[in-house]
Design a protein around this ligand. Structure first.
Ligand code: NAD
Length: 351
């Protein structure tokens, strides 16, 4: 029986994870659960943002559903003891090298976008960002002052194995979707991304059913705003993906609706909403649980290979929103907002 590790974390984390768990129980009744602490609550109770025992549990379970970490209570701690260290350690310990960030516009929420509704209706794309390599980790790095001249350096470096494994995640994802993959690069000036493209092209023949195109990162930043609907799966090196996944998220305009997944080899994955712990509304039943519920759907699809159950959850979410149910973050002036618990209940009913 597959076991899911639940890490509710801080702030609204426990509220949204409770609703996501209840939806998972309805959509996939054979799963079992174990719960542990991460972030600020783990600092308070266990002396560190992520204990060795919780890491061992995560490795044993393979799939982890996380709420959020952090809050003003722990803001004054030194950087190496802060709640988000727990998250970073978890990603590293599980070897999570692929970050998946869908940006989907539900028609009934298209007016939440800063872009015109007719420009964003029907947007349904998935940004796949390489997470453990590239310029954020390459050596040499840091200050290199010499002869009285101040200087600093970072290095963008990838080897063929790092590129091939993320390319396979992207092709596999495209295969399950609309079978189009857009590879983002800057090969006109960066040799490392020309090499990246070369490896992506070498992997492509294994996926003849997927159409591959290449797009320069600067032009991608523009066409994403103009023609977001044209994209299906978008593959990016670490830094480009960091930037473009936030741009894609803004197209949807709804922080409370954005799920994410970080996955590694052998079915390991961490699934979490993009938003933080929202301390301003924690404990008031005002949080939108849909980002976490959609993260649970990603857990089923990418962590446990149950695309059908995942699709049922996504359809249930769309139906509830289409029927007009809104948490406070989605409600427009004059619309009545429902609470976190009721939103979870509505999704379970729609299932
Ligand atoms: P935030 O995402 O927590 O909140 C930003 C705004 O969006 C707030 O007004 C909040 O009320 C609202 N919001 C966020 N999620 C919501 C939801 N599900 N439903 C309704 N409204 C929602 O970002 P922040 O305020 O910058 O950070 C708060 C804390 O969260 C900080 O301690 C930060 O470090 C932490 N954080 C954690 C993560 C994570 O765990 N992955 C990510 C971002 C921020």
């Amino acid at each position: 029986m597959p076991r899911v590790l639940l890490l509710p974390g801080d702030g609204i984390g426990p509220e949204v994870v409770a609703e996501a768990r209840a939806v998972l129980e309805a959509a996939a009744p054979d799963l079992s659960y174990v719960e542990a602490k991460i972030g600020g609550c783990a600092i308070d109770d266990e002396g560190a943002p992520l204990s060795d025992e919780t890491v061992a549990l995560a490795k044993d379970c393979g799939v982890v559903l996380l709420g959020a970490v952090g809050g003003p209570r722990w803001d004054a701690l030194p950087p190496d003891r802060r709640p988000e260290r727990g998250l970073l350690r978890m990603r590293k310990e599980l070897g999570l090298y692929a970050n998946l960030r869908p940006a989907t516009v539900i028609a009934a929420l298209s007016d939440a976008s800063p872009l015109r509704p007719e420009a964003v209706e029907g947007v349904d794309l998935l940004v796949i960002r390489e997470l453990t390599g590239g310029i954020y980790y390459g050596e040499p790095r840091g200050r290199q002052d010499s002869d009285g001249v101040r200087r600093a350096v970072n290095t963008m470096v990838y080897d063929e194995h790092e590129v091939a494994r993320i390319a396979r995640v992207a092709f596999e994802s495209a295969r399950r979707r609309r079978k189009k993959l857009t590879n983002v690069h800057k090969a006109n000036v960066l040799e490392v991304t020309a090499f990246w493209n070369e490896i992506v092209e070498e992997v492509a023949p294994d996926y003849p059913d997927v159409t591959l195109e290449h797009q320069l990162v600067d032009s991608m930043a523009m066409v994403l705003l103009r023609d977001a609907r044209d994209f299906d799966v978008v593959l990016c090196p670490n830094m480009f993906g960091d930037i473009l996944s936030d741009e894609a998220a803004m197209i949807t305009g709804s922080l409370g609706m954005l799920p994410s997944a970080s996955i590694g080899d052998s079915g390991r994955g961490l699934f979490e909403p993009v938003h933080g712990s929202a301390p301003d509304i924690a404990g008031s039943d005002a949080a939108n649980p849909l980002a976490t519920i959609l993260s649970a759907a990603m857990l089923l699809e990418h962590g446990l290979d149950r695309a059908d159950a995942a699709e049922q959850i996504r359809k249930a979410v769309t139906r509830v929103v289409d029927e007009g149910y809104r948490t406070a973050d989605l409600a427009r002036a004059g619309e009545t907002a429902i609470g976190c618990r009721e939103m979870g209940l509505r999704v379970r009913e729609a299932l």
